[in-house]
Design a protein around this ligand. Sequence first.
Ligand code: SF4
Length: 366
Amino acid sequence: MQKEMTTIKLEPQRAINIYDLTLPQLTELMKSWGQPGFRAKQIYIQLYRNLAPSFEAMTDLPAALRERLTAETKLGVLQLVQEQTADDGDTRKVLWRLPDGNVVESVLMLYPDRATICISTQAGCAMGCVFCATGRMGLLRNITPGEIVEQVLYFERNLRNNGFNAAHRHDHITNLVFMGMGEPFANYDRWWTSVEQLHNPQGFNLGARNMTVSTVGLAPGIRRLSTEKIPLNLAISLHAPNDELRSALMPVNRRYPIDELMAATQEYIEKTHRRVSFEYVLLQGQNDSVELAEQLADLVKGMLCHVNLIPWNPVPGAPLQRSHRKQIESFQNVLLERGIACTVRAERGVAIAAACGQLAAVPQPA
Ligand code: SF4
């Protein structure tokens, strides 16, 4: 009998993105290459402290190793597609292309006292919040730890070098918010690896209290976060104080209704003793009435929390309006009178669609 021939098609080996590797993984790799034990740490310092722009620039490594690293790994995979500025250079949005052609965005916001970056954790988002441009894209894919970290390193490198010539000069990132495209808890493992990488005192060493993660309200993610060792800040997108309204604005509420969300949040507070922020985007005639402010006050009363009111930023095609200034003030006053800490978020980057909820990974006209 004739033997059937099968052809095995080998996928071309993709080079490792070195930013995807944790220090123990890098140590493993160096070991497999026959390198001495201290090499991985040397490379890690070059990557995260010195922000080396190339393997060639890592002059404390032997030339042969630099060549092998260049041949077999990649020092980052993000390709800068477009960079735009607003607010006299104090807001800067970058559009990145990922190796598979998907795109994500990140935003730098410079203030007199801080330099904050807003980072994406997914390409697109599956959560479908009606007021958000990213939600309209659907989920394209989860991005890798390296693809998250690289967004941060780009801004840090540029701040160190020239401060982007903005009015408010900073030479390093002071704050990081995971509030760009995507829901971090829907990409938890990869996102958390990026947090560990950025926090690692042997490398980038960004303080836990300088990082904030924002969630749409995935209760299991909130519970999981409360067990983590890195005490970063938690912001919860609430946007409505009752299930009917919240489900209309945020489909995720049908999966994790307000009772469950608040129970998970309370558990988080009791376990960590950390204050949470509730984010509340204000939409004219939808969720901005004084009655709803009262409901919101009842809902969060007694919790260790802060409410952050966000005037809605326009999203093309969304049949919504931003609340009037007077209405925002009335809403805020109700909360303040009820003893709830509450601020209104300052606007940034609206002109270049870099503000909250506007990120849609669409190149803007120059
Ligand atoms: S607001 Fe956040 S969770 Fe909701 S669709 Fe937009 S990116 Fe996703």
